[in-house]
Design a protein around this ligand. Structure first.
Ligand SMILES: NC(=O)c1ccc[n+]([C@@H]2O[C@H](COP(=O)([O-])OP(=O)(O)OC[C@H]3O[C@@H](n4cnc5c(N)ncnc54)[C@H](OP(=O)(O)O)[C@@H]3O)[C@@H](O)[C@H]2O)c1
Length: 267
């Protein structure tokens, strides 16, 4: 799909990669919808974008994506505005770093709701509009973590494996409908994500050498979608890690992941 003149819905647009998607799309988009819970951050971003690009239409929509009833209201909202959405960026997501057994169930549940259920539900809800306004696109923000079994990040990594596989299969299903589906699979990026994923009073091991800048990650994602390719791992280290994860035998991967630095265990 071509991004020029697109009418995009971006989830998780109140910070990090989502806000960067909005900034990078603004010079080319006709309309942008920012969706997340923090309204004040989205309103400030909308004002910044509107000042720099007065012709782009912007909507700020407060929605808790963990709540299926709130999600279900979104397509009607844009229909009533006459938008004809042709790009869905499923970017909202959160992590939870620490052992599965010691995790809080409401937090794990909310992570699964946002990272998997909301992404799948919104895709289902917006597909009629995306098909009607094809050529159109779905950009799902997955993660390099989805390529690996990750102790202390088990549910997050498994959820991102779901996002990557779902995107690949859907891409094949929608080929004839001219709806491109692409998975963006970043390694670590400096955003609010790391801090949010930390449990209170705990320190997550950092892989600072592998951090990619958010603007590069988003640029690679948009370029990959526009090119019609299926997925991208932005940056040399994430690309090599993904390659190894897909060619090494599972016993070797288990050995490596078992030795990965983990937070000290609580006594
Ligand atoms: N940063 C990384 O290292 C990294 C690496 C690989 C993949 N990713 C993925 O990149 C995506 C974006 O994360 P980020 O790095 O930009 O982190 P971020 O700055 O923490 O942004 C996360 C976004 O998700 C939204 N969100 C979380 N829970 C939500 C809910 N219940 N309802 C609505 N929105 C919700 C947040 O908005 P509100 O809090 O305002 O609701 C926020 O805008 C995620 O899918 C993440 O898994 C990140």
């Amino acid at each position: 799909m071509k991004l020029d003149g697109c009418r995009a819905v971006i989830t998780g647009a109140s910070s990090g990669l989502g806000a960067e998607f909005a900034r990078q799309l603004a010079p080319r988009a006709k309309a942008l919808a920012l969706v997340a819970r923090r309204e004040r951050e989205m309103a400030a971003l909308a004002l910044e974008i509107q000042r720099a690009h007065p012709t782009v239409q912007i909507a700020v929509v407060r929605c808790d994506l963990a709540d299926a009833e709130q999600r279900a209201l979104l397509p009607g909202h844009f229909l009533s505005m006459g938008w004809g959405v042709n790009l869905l960026i499923n970017n909202a997501g959160l992590g939870d770093y620490g052992s599965f057994a010691e995790g809080s169930w409401p937090r794990i549940d909310s992570m699964m709701q946002v990272n998997m259920n909301a992404l799948t539900h919104l895709t289902h809800l917006f597909l009629p509009a995306l098909k009607m306004h094809a050529p159109s696109g779905i950009l799902n923000v997955s993660s390099l973590a989805g390529e690996l079994p990750m102790p202390d990040f088990a549910v997050y990594a498994a959820g991102k494996a779901y996002v990557s596989r779902f995107s690949e299969a859907l891409r094949l299903e929608l080929r004839e409908d001219k709806v491109s589906v692409c998975a963006l699979c970043p390694g670590p990026v400096k955003t609010g994500f790391g801090l949010m994923a930390e449990r209170p009073g705990e320190n997550t091991p950092k892989m600072s050498s592998a951090y990619q800048p958010a603007d590069r990650v988003v640029r690679d994602g948009l370029r990959t979608l526009e090119r019609g390719s299926s997925r991208v791992f932005p940056g040399f280290i994430p690309r090599m890690t993904a390659l190894l994860a897909n060619v090494l035998p599972m016993p070797v991967i288990r050995h490596i992941m078992g030795r990965r630095p983990r937070r000290p265990r609580a006594n």
